[in-house]
Design a protein around this ligand. Structure first.
Ligand SMILES: Nc1ncnc2c1ncn2[C@@H]1O[C@H](COP(=O)(O)OP(=O)(O)O)[C@@H](O)[C@H]1O
Ligand SMILES: [Mg+2]
Length: 347
Protein backbone atom coordinates (compact mmCIF):
# COMPACT_ATOMS: atom_id res chain seq x y z
CA UNK A 1 0.00 0.00 0.00
CA UNK A 2 1.19 3.50 -0.74
CA UNK A 3 2.03 5.57 2.32
CA UNK A 4 3.61 8.87 3.26
CA UNK A 5 7.07 7.31 3.55
CA UNK A 6 7.00 6.08 -0.06
CA UNK A 7 5.67 9.39 -1.27
CA UNK A 8 8.51 11.23 0.48
CA UNK A 9 11.08 8.87 -1.03
CA UNK A 10 9.73 9.38 -4.53
CA UNK A 11 9.14 13.12 -4.41
CA UNK A 12 12.69 13.71 -3.15
CA UNK A 13 13.89 13.64 -6.74
CA UNK A 14 12.00 16.81 -7.68
CA UNK A 15 14.43 19.72 -7.54
CA UNK A 16 14.00 23.44 -7.20
CA UNK A 17 14.94 24.74 -10.66
CA UNK A 18 17.02 27.59 -9.26
CA UNK A 19 18.67 26.07 -6.21
CA UNK A 20 19.04 22.58 -7.77
CA UNK A 21 18.17 21.02 -4.45
CA UNK A 22 15.34 18.71 -3.50
CA UNK A 23 12.11 20.60 -2.87
CA UNK A 24 11.40 18.19 -0.04
CA UNK A 25 14.76 18.79 1.64
CA UNK A 26 14.27 22.54 1.23
CA UNK A 27 10.99 22.29 3.08
CA UNK A 28 9.09 23.53 0.06
CA UNK A 29 7.06 20.34 -0.18
CA UNK A 30 5.14 19.89 3.04
CA UNK A 31 1.93 18.63 4.65
CA UNK A 32 2.00 15.31 2.80
CA UNK A 33 -1.11 13.34 3.43
CA UNK A 34 -2.10 10.00 1.89
CA UNK A 35 -5.46 8.28 2.11
CA UNK A 36 -6.72 5.39 -0.04
CA UNK A 37 -4.21 6.10 -2.77
CA UNK A 38 -5.07 9.80 -2.93
CA UNK A 39 -2.12 12.11 -2.17
CA UNK A 40 -2.39 15.66 -0.88
CA UNK A 41 0.61 17.90 -0.44
CA UNK A 42 1.54 21.55 -0.29
CA UNK A 43 4.15 23.23 -2.47
CA UNK A 44 5.40 26.42 -0.79
CA UNK A 45 6.85 28.88 -3.30
CA UNK A 46 9.12 31.88 -2.87
CA UNK A 47 6.45 33.98 -4.55
CA UNK A 48 2.89 33.27 -5.66
CA UNK A 49 3.91 34.59 -9.07
CA UNK A 50 6.76 32.09 -9.46
CA UNK A 51 6.99 31.56 -13.21
CA UNK A 52 8.09 27.97 -12.76
CA UNK A 53 5.29 26.85 -10.48
CA UNK A 54 3.29 25.02 -13.16
CA UNK A 55 6.37 23.10 -14.26
CA UNK A 56 7.11 22.11 -10.66
CA UNK A 57 3.53 20.98 -10.04
CA UNK A 58 3.57 18.94 -13.26
CA UNK A 59 6.83 17.28 -12.28
CA UNK A 60 5.55 16.40 -8.80
CA UNK A 61 2.34 14.95 -10.27
CA UNK A 62 4.34 13.07 -12.91
CA UNK A 63 6.71 11.48 -10.41
CA UNK A 64 4.02 10.51 -7.91
CA UNK A 65 1.43 9.53 -10.49
CA UNK A 66 3.76 6.77 -11.70
CA UNK A 67 3.90 5.07 -8.29
CA UNK A 68 1.81 1.92 -8.01
CA UNK A 69 -1.20 2.50 -5.78
CA UNK A 70 -1.42 6.26 -6.33
CA UNK A 71 -4.90 7.16 -7.54
CA UNK A 72 -4.54 10.91 -7.63
CA UNK A 73 -2.26 13.76 -6.59
CA UNK A 74 -3.54 17.06 -5.30
CA UNK A 75 -0.96 19.87 -5.02
CA UNK A 76 -1.96 22.90 -2.97
CA UNK A 77 0.13 26.05 -3.48
CA UNK A 78 1.35 28.24 -0.67
CA UNK A 79 4.09 30.81 -0.21
CA UNK A 80 7.11 30.62 2.07
CA UNK A 81 7.15 32.84 5.13
CA UNK A 82 9.62 35.66 5.50
CA UNK A 83 11.89 33.73 7.81
CA UNK A 84 11.84 30.71 5.53
CA UNK A 85 12.75 32.86 2.53
CA UNK A 86 15.66 34.43 4.41
CA UNK A 87 16.98 30.98 5.24
CA UNK A 88 16.68 29.65 1.70
CA UNK A 89 17.92 32.74 -0.09
CA UNK A 90 20.36 34.43 2.26
CA UNK A 91 21.36 37.90 1.18
CA UNK A 92 25.10 38.03 0.82
CA UNK A 93 26.65 41.45 0.95
CA UNK A 94 27.70 42.44 -2.55
CA UNK A 95 31.35 43.40 -2.86
CA UNK A 96 30.81 46.43 -5.08
CA UNK A 97 28.20 47.80 -2.69
CA UNK A 98 30.23 47.52 0.48
CA UNK A 99 30.86 51.23 0.80
CA UNK A 100 27.37 52.34 -0.21
CA UNK A 101 25.51 53.70 2.80
CA UNK A 102 21.96 53.85 1.43
CA UNK A 103 20.36 52.17 -1.54
CA UNK A 104 17.23 53.86 -2.79
CA UNK A 105 15.26 51.84 -5.34
CA UNK A 106 12.72 53.84 -7.34
CA UNK A 107 9.73 51.65 -8.20
CA UNK A 108 6.30 52.01 -9.76
CA UNK A 109 3.28 49.89 -10.49
CA UNK A 110 3.65 50.32 -14.24
CA UNK A 111 5.70 52.08 -16.88
CA UNK A 112 5.42 55.61 -18.15
CA UNK A 113 4.68 57.26 -14.81
CA UNK A 114 8.01 59.08 -14.64
CA UNK A 115 10.10 56.62 -12.68
CA UNK A 116 13.32 57.27 -14.58
CA UNK A 117 12.71 61.02 -14.53
CA UNK A 118 12.36 60.88 -10.76
CA UNK A 119 15.33 58.56 -10.24
CA UNK A 120 17.57 60.88 -12.28
CA UNK A 121 16.39 64.16 -10.75
CA UNK A 122 16.25 62.89 -7.16
CA UNK A 123 19.80 61.56 -7.60
CA UNK A 124 20.89 64.98 -8.86
CA UNK A 125 19.05 66.74 -6.03
CA UNK A 126 20.84 64.55 -3.48
CA UNK A 127 24.16 65.32 -5.16
CA UNK A 128 23.21 69.01 -4.98
CA UNK A 129 22.95 68.53 -1.22
CA UNK A 130 26.62 67.58 -1.17
CA UNK A 131 26.02 63.84 -1.02
CA UNK A 132 28.03 61.31 -3.04
CA UNK A 133 25.49 59.68 -5.32
CA UNK A 134 25.40 56.80 -7.77
CA UNK A 135 22.66 55.97 -10.25
CA UNK A 136 22.03 52.43 -11.45
CA UNK A 137 19.65 51.96 -14.34
CA UNK A 138 18.29 48.48 -13.77
CA UNK A 139 15.34 48.81 -16.14
CA UNK A 140 15.76 45.63 -18.13
CA UNK A 141 12.91 46.49 -20.49
CA UNK A 142 14.18 49.84 -21.67
CA UNK A 143 17.23 51.37 -20.07
CA UNK A 144 16.63 55.07 -20.64
CA UNK A 145 19.15 56.66 -18.28
CA UNK A 146 21.85 56.90 -21.01
CA UNK A 147 19.47 58.99 -23.14
CA UNK A 148 18.38 61.21 -20.26
CA UNK A 149 21.99 61.91 -19.27
CA UNK A 150 23.56 62.07 -22.76
CA UNK A 151 25.59 58.94 -22.17
CA UNK A 152 24.63 57.08 -25.33
CA UNK A 153 27.47 55.06 -26.75
CA UNK A 154 29.54 55.42 -23.58
CA UNK A 155 31.21 52.15 -22.68
CA UNK A 156 32.08 51.57 -19.05
CA UNK A 157 35.76 51.17 -18.20
CA UNK A 158 37.03 48.02 -16.62
CA UNK A 159 39.69 47.60 -14.00
CA UNK A 160 40.81 44.27 -12.55
CA UNK A 161 37.63 42.57 -13.75
CA UNK A 162 35.52 45.22 -12.06
CA UNK A 163 33.34 47.67 -13.96
CA UNK A 164 33.79 51.35 -13.20
CA UNK A 165 30.69 53.54 -13.35
CA UNK A 166 30.64 56.44 -15.80
CA UNK A 167 30.69 59.96 -14.35
CA UNK A 168 28.31 62.70 -15.42
CA UNK A 169 26.79 65.76 -13.75
CA UNK A 170 28.49 64.74 -10.49
CA UNK A 171 26.89 61.28 -10.45
CA UNK A 172 28.43 57.85 -10.85
CA UNK A 173 26.28 56.07 -13.38
CA UNK A 174 25.82 52.53 -14.64
CA UNK A 175 23.12 51.25 -16.95
CA UNK A 176 22.23 47.89 -18.42
CA UNK A 177 22.04 49.89 -21.65
CA UNK A 178 25.76 50.70 -21.40
CA UNK A 179 26.61 47.02 -21.27
CA UNK A 180 24.85 46.07 -24.48
CA UNK A 181 26.24 46.64 -27.92
CA UNK A 182 24.70 49.60 -29.66
CA UNK A 183 21.65 48.88 -31.76
CA UNK A 184 21.20 45.43 -30.32
CA UNK A 185 17.85 44.62 -28.83
CA UNK A 186 17.97 43.73 -25.19
CA UNK A 187 16.51 40.36 -24.45
CA UNK A 188 16.55 39.86 -20.74
CA UNK A 189 14.18 37.10 -19.89
CA UNK A 190 13.85 34.63 -17.05
CA UNK A 191 17.15 33.38 -15.74
CA UNK A 192 19.06 35.82 -17.96
CA UNK A 193 17.53 38.73 -16.12
CA UNK A 194 18.58 37.44 -12.73
CA UNK A 195 22.07 36.69 -14.00
CA UNK A 196 22.59 40.03 -15.69
CA UNK A 197 21.45 41.96 -12.67
CA UNK A 198 23.47 40.00 -10.16
CA UNK A 199 26.50 40.41 -12.38
CA UNK A 200 25.93 44.15 -12.58
CA UNK A 201 25.40 44.47 -8.86
CA UNK A 202 28.36 42.32 -8.02
CA UNK A 203 30.91 43.79 -10.40
CA UNK A 204 30.36 47.51 -10.46
CA UNK A 205 32.81 49.25 -8.16
CA UNK A 206 30.74 52.10 -6.81
CA UNK A 207 33.28 53.13 -4.20
CA UNK A 208 32.24 55.40 -1.35
CA UNK A 209 28.66 56.53 -1.83
CA UNK A 210 26.08 58.08 0.44
CA UNK A 211 23.26 57.05 -1.88
CA UNK A 212 22.87 54.64 -4.73
CA UNK A 213 19.66 55.42 -6.58
CA UNK A 214 18.28 52.50 -8.54
CA UNK A 215 15.84 52.77 -11.42
CA UNK A 216 13.90 49.50 -11.13
CA UNK A 217 11.96 47.92 -14.00
CA UNK A 218 8.26 48.79 -13.90
CA UNK A 219 5.74 46.49 -12.31
CA UNK A 220 6.09 43.59 -9.96
CA UNK A 221 7.59 41.06 -12.36
CA UNK A 222 10.59 38.84 -11.97
CA UNK A 223 13.27 41.53 -12.43
CA UNK A 224 11.97 43.82 -9.68
CA UNK A 225 11.77 40.92 -7.28
CA UNK A 226 15.23 39.68 -8.22
CA UNK A 227 16.73 43.09 -7.64
CA UNK A 228 14.81 43.67 -4.44
CA UNK A 229 16.05 40.33 -3.15
CA UNK A 230 19.65 40.85 -4.23
CA UNK A 231 20.34 44.04 -2.30
CA UNK A 232 20.64 43.65 1.42
CA UNK A 233 19.62 47.14 2.47
CA UNK A 234 17.62 48.67 -0.36
CA UNK A 235 14.67 50.90 0.53
CA UNK A 236 11.92 51.64 -1.94
CA UNK A 237 10.80 55.03 -3.23
CA UNK A 238 7.38 54.48 -4.76
CA UNK A 239 6.21 56.61 -7.68
CA UNK A 240 2.51 57.14 -8.21
CA UNK A 241 0.26 59.40 -10.24
CA UNK A 242 -2.83 61.21 -8.96
CA UNK A 243 -5.55 59.30 -10.79
CA UNK A 244 -7.60 56.60 -9.08
CA UNK A 245 -7.20 54.04 -11.90
CA UNK A 246 -3.44 53.94 -11.43
CA UNK A 247 -3.63 53.18 -7.72
CA UNK A 248 -4.44 49.46 -8.02
CA UNK A 249 -1.05 48.81 -9.66
CA UNK A 250 0.78 50.81 -7.02
CA UNK A 251 -1.04 49.02 -4.19
CA UNK A 252 -0.07 45.65 -5.63
CA UNK A 253 3.51 46.80 -5.94
CA UNK A 254 3.67 48.10 -2.35
CA UNK A 255 2.16 44.87 -1.04
CA UNK A 256 4.71 42.80 -2.88
CA UNK A 257 7.74 44.77 -1.73
CA UNK A 258 6.49 44.62 1.83
CA UNK A 259 5.95 40.91 1.52
CA UNK A 260 9.64 40.59 0.70
CA UNK A 261 10.50 42.63 3.76
CA UNK A 262 11.52 45.75 1.87
CA UNK A 263 11.30 49.09 3.62
CA UNK A 264 9.38 51.74 1.70
CA UNK A 265 10.75 55.19 2.50
CA UNK A 266 7.88 57.08 0.94
CA UNK A 267 5.75 58.04 -2.02
CA UNK A 268 6.36 60.57 -4.75
CA UNK A 269 3.38 61.70 -6.77
CA UNK A 270 4.24 62.66 -10.34
CA UNK A 271 2.24 64.70 -12.85
CA UNK A 272 0.28 66.07 -9.91
CA UNK A 273 -0.88 69.33 -11.49
CA UNK A 274 -0.12 71.81 -14.24
CA UNK A 275 0.71 75.40 -13.42
CA UNK A 276 -0.15 77.47 -16.50
CA UNK A 277 1.61 80.61 -15.25
CA UNK A 278 2.79 82.07 -12.00
CA UNK A 279 -0.48 83.73 -11.07
CA UNK A 280 -2.97 81.12 -12.33
CA UNK A 281 -4.52 78.32 -10.36
CA UNK A 282 -2.88 74.90 -10.73
CA UNK A 283 -4.92 72.53 -12.91
CA UNK A 284 -5.30 68.91 -11.80
CA UNK A 285 -5.08 67.37 -15.26
CA UNK A 286 -4.97 63.77 -14.08
CA UNK A 287 -7.29 64.25 -11.11
CA UNK A 288 -6.06 64.58 -7.58
CA UNK A 289 -5.67 62.87 -4.25
CA UNK A 290 -3.95 59.63 -5.34
CA UNK A 291 -0.76 60.27 -3.40
CA UNK A 292 -2.59 61.37 -0.24
CA UNK A 293 -4.92 58.39 -0.42
CA UNK A 294 -2.05 55.88 -0.63
CA UNK A 295 -0.11 57.74 2.03
CA UNK A 296 -2.98 57.39 4.46
CA UNK A 297 -3.81 53.83 3.45
CA UNK A 298 -0.27 52.49 3.87
CA UNK A 299 1.03 54.89 6.51
CA UNK A 300 3.75 56.12 4.15
CA UNK A 301 5.00 59.71 3.91
CA UNK A 302 4.21 61.60 0.71
CA UNK A 303 7.64 63.07 0.02
CA UNK A 304 6.62 65.42 -2.76
CA UNK A 305 4.23 66.23 -5.59
CA UNK A 306 5.87 66.94 -8.93
CA UNK A 307 3.96 69.09 -11.42
CA UNK A 308 3.61 68.43 -15.11
CA UNK A 309 6.42 70.59 -16.41
CA UNK A 310 7.39 70.90 -20.04
CA UNK A 311 10.97 71.49 -18.91
CA UNK A 312 11.03 67.91 -17.57
CA UNK A 313 10.13 66.48 -20.97
CA UNK A 314 12.63 68.75 -22.71
CA UNK A 315 15.30 67.78 -20.19
CA UNK A 316 14.61 64.10 -20.85
CA UNK A 317 14.99 64.53 -24.58
CA UNK A 318 18.00 66.84 -24.58
CA UNK A 319 20.01 64.75 -22.17
CA UNK A 320 20.34 67.63 -19.70
CA UNK A 321 17.91 66.94 -16.84
CA UNK A 322 15.92 69.66 -15.12
CA UNK A 323 18.02 69.42 -11.96
CA UNK A 324 21.06 70.36 -14.04
CA UNK A 325 19.52 73.10 -16.21
CA UNK A 326 17.23 74.74 -13.64
CA UNK A 327 17.62 73.32 -10.14
CA UNK A 328 16.04 76.40 -8.54
CA UNK A 329 12.90 76.48 -10.68
CA UNK A 330 9.58 75.73 -8.99
CA UNK A 331 9.78 72.06 -10.04
CA UNK A 332 13.45 71.97 -9.09
CA UNK A 333 12.54 73.04 -5.58
CA UNK A 334 10.08 70.16 -5.31
CA UNK A 335 12.95 67.76 -6.05
CA UNK A 336 15.09 69.57 -3.48
CA UNK A 337 12.32 69.06 -0.91
CA UNK A 338 12.19 65.35 -1.70
CA UNK A 339 15.96 65.09 -1.32
CA UNK A 340 15.79 66.92 2.03
CA UNK A 341 13.16 64.51 3.33
CA UNK A 342 15.17 61.51 2.17
CA UNK A 343 18.30 62.86 3.87
CA UNK A 344 16.34 63.55 7.07
CA UNK A 345 14.85 60.05 7.03
CA UNK A 346 18.14 58.27 6.39
CA UNK A 347 20.01 59.94 9.20
N1 LIG B 1 6.30 65.69 -14.31
C1 LIG B 1 6.47 65.56 -15.62
N2 LIG B 1 6.17 66.58 -16.47
C2 LIG B 1 6.33 66.45 -17.81
N3 LIG B 1 6.78 65.33 -18.41
C3 LIG B 1 7.08 64.28 -17.62
C4 LIG B 1 6.95 64.33 -16.20
N4 LIG B 1 7.35 63.14 -15.70
C5 LIG B 1 7.71 62.39 -16.75
N5 LIG B 1 7.55 63.06 -17.90
C6 LIG B 1 7.81 62.55 -19.26
O1 LIG B 1 7.06 61.36 -19.42
C7 LIG B 1 7.79 60.40 -20.17
C8 LIG B 1 7.93 59.11 -19.35
O2 LIG B 1 8.74 59.36 -18.23
P1 LIG B 1 9.80 58.29 -17.71
O3 LIG B 1 10.54 58.92 -16.59
O4 LIG B 1 10.60 57.76 -18.85
O5 LIG B 1 8.80 57.19 -17.17
P2 LIG B 1 9.07 55.67 -16.72
O6 LIG B 1 10.50 55.55 -16.35
O7 LIG B 1 8.16 55.47 -15.56
O8 LIG B 1 8.69 54.82 -17.87
C9 LIG B 1 9.12 61.04 -20.50
O9 LIG B 1 9.06 61.57 -21.79
C10 LIG B 1 9.25 62.15 -19.46
O10 LIG B 1 10.03 63.23 -19.95
MG1 LIG C 1 11.96 54.30 -17.12
Amino acid sequence: MIDEFKIREAVKSVLDPELKKSLLDLGMIRDIHVENGQVWLTLALSTARCPRKDAMVEEIKGVLGKLPGVAGVDVRLATLSHEELEKLFPKHPLVGLEKVRHVLAVASGKGGVGKTTIAVNVALALAGRGRRVGLLDADVYGPSVPVMLSLEGVQPEEENEAILPAEKFGLRIMSLGMLTAKGQPIVWRGPLVAKAIKQLLGQVMWGDLDYLVLDLPPGTGDPSITIAQSIPHAAILMVTTPQEVALADVRRSIDLFRKFGMVIVGLVENMSYFQPDHSGKPIAIFGEGGGEKLSEEFGLPLLGKIPIDLAIGRGGDSGVPLMVSSPDSETGRVFQGIADRIVAASG
